[in-house]
Design a protein around this ligand. Structure first.
Ligand code: DGT
Length: 144
């Protein structure tokens, strides 16, 4: 028997994302075409795969997406977001050290931007509603 929508268990996906800093800029990547949220600017990262710890997952994603060998730093904060029948839990980490120069192996393009510019970019709703926390984590004064 089909479970009525209301009674169906929410589906949760754990996601990790990294704040890579260069001076007072931060690295963002534009999500590729034929992908969910195509064209939006995000922090590098992705879904945790079965059995991985979050730091291992983020190091793997940064290797796959940027071609760097990163040392994952402190967990800055987490947030949840619902896309209807799918919910995500995102863990945002500081990434202070890495080997290699980030290259767009997955994103349409990468950009180093001043965090304040995030206000004007097309960013995932999950991140937009957390901009105050993101700015706080990045040490940027926040004005609405
Ligand atoms: P795949 O293999 O195509 O499922 O891709 P993954 O594992 O690289 O994961 P991805 O990037 O499609 O999934 C991350 C989810 O988290 C996606 O629904 C977008 C959402 N998200 C919201 N904010 C961010 C962010 O700042 N960075 C990343 N990477 N994902 C974010």
């Amino acid at each position: 028997m089909k479970t009525p929508t209301k009674m169906r268990k929410a589906h949760w996906i754990p996601v990790v994302a990294g704040f890579l800093r260069r001076g007072n800029q931060i690295l963002v990547g534009q999500r590729p075409e034929n992908n969910s949220l195509a064209g939006q600017w995000e922090f590098p990262g992705g879904k945790i795969e079965g059995g991985e710890g979050p730091e291992v997952a983020l190091a793997r994603e940064l290797e796959e997406e940027l071609g760097i060998e990163a040392q994952i730093g402190e967990l800055k904060f987490s947030c949840t977001h619902s896309y209807g029948d799918v919910n995500i839990l995102i863990l945002f980490y500081e990434v202070l050290y890495w080997k290699g120069e980030p290259k767009a192996k997955h994103h349409l393009m990468l950009e180093w931007i001043h965090p304040e510019e995030l206000i004007h970019r097309n960013i995932p709703e999950a991140n937009r509603k957390m901009l105050d926390r993101i700015f706080k984590a990045l040490g940027v004064p926040w004005q609405k």
